[in-house]
Design a protein around this ligand. Structure first.
Ligand code: PLP
Length: 370
């Protein structure tokens, strides 16, 4: 008997997305002019509590653009968590700067603010907190340290649309917040990204950099070296419809997390897994519902294989960037390494139902028996 596969994360697209794309095609405005782009920027930035949104072609470009606008240059250092998707340190490298890796907090799995100070040098220019798997970072100590040392804070919020830190949505907590709208993110435009900020001059500079550095009042006059990082109106057409559904998507993600917590309670109480518990100051959007195996009696890869045999799609955590070939220096960051060795993302699609969550957990119970 074959059971239907439960994928890790599937987008939910509907009639409004389709109608908007049709409208964009009919209008002939399919590149980066067209009415859906400003509407998407306005509605998504407003959702984040930010005054300005600058849509770009993907999340990695949002990170790169933000760092350039924040003044990160060749020879600078930027503090990043090692446990993140590789796009975070890569964006630093694109600036000619060096990512300096910081360990994670064992409680929240986020950038450990207590570990930042020891990594500061006279070259440190910025900090990039990453709200990993939808849970916000503990921002106050990060912002306080940045303030004290005159550093820019660029949030990598690619996995955390709508997550809240002490009642405020992520993205507008630092100088610039960066989002991704890749197909498996909380909302999607196929490929896509956005920078949000409350600083009007910075927003204008981000727009300039996004469009070849061209003076908006003087055609083909380029004061700086910019980029073509523009989003298309077709992507924004999908985005406008997705933003409207975002509050509902977040409610559903949190519902899925409660179903997982309930089903996983016996495994957690038996000490076989650890759940991704929300910090008291956090509202997580549970982009990927994740657990840590308490021990590796059954190795992670074998657990994943056993789950796959039962039709359950999973992902391991990211490898900590400081062990990847481009960045490996032999440095040890024990918490990031430990989390990466034991962490598992479970199916987290918006469309998931409670019986599917129970099937995933039953499969995990069996997989852990070895
Ligand atoms: C997805 C992701 C990115 C990159 O976004 P793309 O749109 O795929 O370029 C950056 N950082 C993190 C943490 C991500 O999860």
């Amino acid at each position: 008997m074959t059971v239907p596969r439960i994928p890790i994360a599937e987008p939910v697209l509907g009639e409004e997305e389709l109608a908007n794309v049709v409208e964009a095609v009919r209008s002939g405005w399919i590149s980066s002019l067209g009415a859906f782009i400003p509407e998407f920027e306005r509605t998504f930035a407003a959702f984040c509590g930010a005054a300005h949104g600058i849509a770009v072609a993907n999340g990695t470009m949002a990170l790169h653009l933000a760092l350039v606008a924040a003044g990160v240059r060749s020879g600078d250092e930027v503090l990043v968590p090692s446990l993140t998707f590789v796009a975070t340190p890569n964006a630093v490298t694109y600036c000619g700067a060096r990512p300096v890796f910081v360990d994670s907090s064992p409680e929240t799995w986020q950038l450990d603010a207590r570990a930042l100070e020891a990594k500061l040098t006279p070259r440190t220019k910025a900090i990039m907190p990453v709200h990993l798997y939808g849970h916000p970072c503990d921002m106050d100590p990060i912002l306080e340290l940045a303030e004290r040392h005159g550093l820019a804070v660029v949030e990598d919020a690619a996995e955390a649309h709508g997550a809240e830190y002490r009642g405020r949505r992520v993205g507008a907590l630092g100088r610039i917040g960066c989002f991704s709208f890749y197909g498996n993110k909380v909302i999607t435009t196929g490929e896509g990204g956005m920078c949000v900020t409350n600083d009007a001059a910075l927003a204008e500079h981000l727009r300039l950099l996004r469009d070849h550095g061209m003076d908006p009042k003087r055609p083909y006059w380029h004061e700086v070296i910019g980029y073509n990082y523009r989003m298309t109106n077709l992507q924004a057409a999908v985005g406008v419809a997705q933003v409207k559904r975002l509050p509902g998507f977040i409610d559903k993600k949190r519902q899925i997390a409660r179903w997982y917590e309930k089903s996983l309670a016996p495994l957690a109480q038996a000490g076989r897994v650890r759940l991704h518990v929300e910090a008291p100051w956090a509202k997580s959007v549970f982009w990927m519902y994740s657990v840590l195996l308490a021990d590796t009696r059954v190795p992670l890869n074998e657990v994943r294989r056993a789950l796959a045999e039962r039709g359950v799609d999973t992902r391991p955590f990211f490898h900590p960037a400081h062990v990847l070939p481009p960045y490996a220096t032999g440095e040890r960051l024990p918490v990031a390494e430990d989390l990466a060795g034991r962490g598992l993302n479970l199916p987290s699609s918006i469309g998931l139902e409670q019986d599917q969550v129970e099937r995933v957990v039953q499969a995990l119970v069996e997989a852990l028996e070895g």
